[in-house]
Design a protein around this ligand. Structure first.
Ligand code: FHN
Length: 433
């Protein structure tokens, strides 16, 4: 058994994967939706007629933007088109099994009426609790909800990037109490939530709070049994994030795969993980000018297949418009991905790494309930012969297409040794086609 080499007071709380049913449920999602919404969306990525080329949710850090003006934007927040039920239905149609919603991004604006600050939706013309509407609507569709929460809070007077003076330390103590209160408030108000998706935890001041964050994590877990928290929440006493000083994952899954994917199963070290992905290059909140490369549904489906084939979940971000509707590009993607999922969802849900050698034509997943294997082909070989290497003792009964269950592809054994058997599956010689 693995023994830590260094004694850590604030290292991981557990070695190995979390074995309980709630975490198994998380593992089986395969596909999720992220939603970034907040006061930043009102700007549409523009300020006084000028285009901000970065991610909209960072626009308040732009020199051109005055803090006061930005922090009054929510006084115009009255999303007339917002309909949480419509979002949830679209998500369901697209085939997601969980969603992550920005309760508070780095700007500090709360989409729930927090009693610990005035900078909330309660003080907008909209007034109503958006987090509650979202949690209820998604829950009704059978989609699990996770609360995104940014530790960075540019609005809170006690927030510090680093603690340079005693005055900083004193202010930061207030910020810590405020953060703990808000997190407990969220769990209390939205008991249906399954977990927190933490972000903005990279500043020095937070990294130095190993004792505080360790006990806060324990407290949150006690308040909400089964709560799922990723590896971004806290650092150990040596300031190590995600993985503690012994190299062990902190939290229930690895949260380091942002806009990038692992190449092989070795990259994920036997841990659970999620990949969060933007449609444009790197813009999460609504921006009228996405610029750069905009991913297609095929690219995104391929990323989903790759994630599941390497034991992860794939989470696709949406950035609703200021009025609360999704942009046309996102509506189109949701439709296209949904059409693919309708036919192929069984190759994604409840599926994991198949334990077989990766092939150039695409990805292999294995359903952990039925034991079936799925070949998700993105680059069909010109020859029409799909190569598959099985392990000793394995064989093939039948290969068919999920689009047409009557298909029965020809299987040719091409090589066999003590490491297993290699087959060609002849897609072009299907006698029933
Ligand atoms: O800075 C944020 C960014 O705006 C976005 O929320 C992403 C989502 O994973 N997280 C941060 C960058 O890591």
């Amino acid at each position: 058994t693995h023994r830590p080499s260094t004694y850590l007071k604030y290292g991981t709380h557990r070695l190995g994967k979390r074995p309980d049913p709630l975490m198994q449920r998380w593992r089986d999602y395969g596909f999720g939706q992220f939603i970034h919404w907040g006061a930043f969306a009102i700007t549409e990525g523009q300020w006084k007629g000028k285009n901000y080329p970065g991610a909209t949710e960072f626009i308040s850090t732009w020199n051109e933007v005055s803090k006061n003006e930005y922090e009054s934007l929510h006084k115009q927040f009255d999303p007339k088109e917002f309909n949480a039920t419509a979002w949830a239905r679209q998500a369901k149609e697209m085939g997601v099994q969980y969603m992550i919603f920005t309760t508070k991004h780095h700007d500090g604006f709360c989409l729930w009426p927090s009693k610990y600050t005035n900078y909330t939706i309660a003080n907008s013309p909209y007034k109503k609790d958006i987090v509650e509407e979202v949690v209820n609507a998604y829950d009704k569709e059978g989609i699990d909800v996770y609360l995104y929460f940014s530790i960075i809070d540019w609005n809170h007077p006690g927030y510090r990037v680093a603690l340079k003076t005693d005055a900083d330390k004193k202010s930061y103590e207030q910020f810590k109490t405020f953060t703990a209160n808000q997190l407990k408030e969220l769990l209390h108000r939205y008991p249906k939530t399954k977990g927190f998706w933490f972000d903005g935890t990279w500043d020095q001041a937070w990294i130095q709070q190993a004792g505080f964050t360790d006990s806060l994590e324990r407290e949150l877990r006690e308040l909400h049994p089964g709560l799922i928290i990723g590896s971004r929440f806290r650092a150990d006493e040596y300031g190590r994030r995600h993985f503690d000083s012994n190299g062990d994952l902190m939290g229930d899954y690895e949260q380091g795969w942002e806009r990038k994917l692992p190449e092989s199963i070795e990259d994920v070290h036997g841990n659970d993980w999620d990949c969060v992905m933007t449609v444009p290059e790197n813009k999460w909140g609504y921006h009228s000018d996405w610029g750069g490369h905009v991913k297609t549904s095929v690219e995104l489906i391929e990323m989903m297949a790759r994630s599941v084939s390497l034991d992860g979940n794939f989470v696709l971000n949406f950035g609703p418009k200021p009025q609360g509707n999704m942009r046309p590009e996102e509506n189109k993607l949701a439709k296209e991905i949904g059409a693919w999922m309708k036919i192929n969802h069984e190759a994604i849900y409840d599926c994991d790494y198949a334990g077989l050698e990766k092939q150039d034509w695409g990805y292999i997943t294995r359903n952990n309930k039925t034991g079936k294997y799925y070949l998700i082909i993105f680059n069909p070989p010109v020859s029409g012969a799909v190569r598959l290497k099985l392990l000793p003792g394995m064989g093939i009964k039948k290969v068919y297409d999920l689009k047409n269950l009557d298909t029965n592809y020809n299987i040719e054994e091409v090589y066999k040794d003590n490491k297993g058997t290699e087959y060609f599956i002849h897609l072009k010689n299907n006698p029933t086609e």
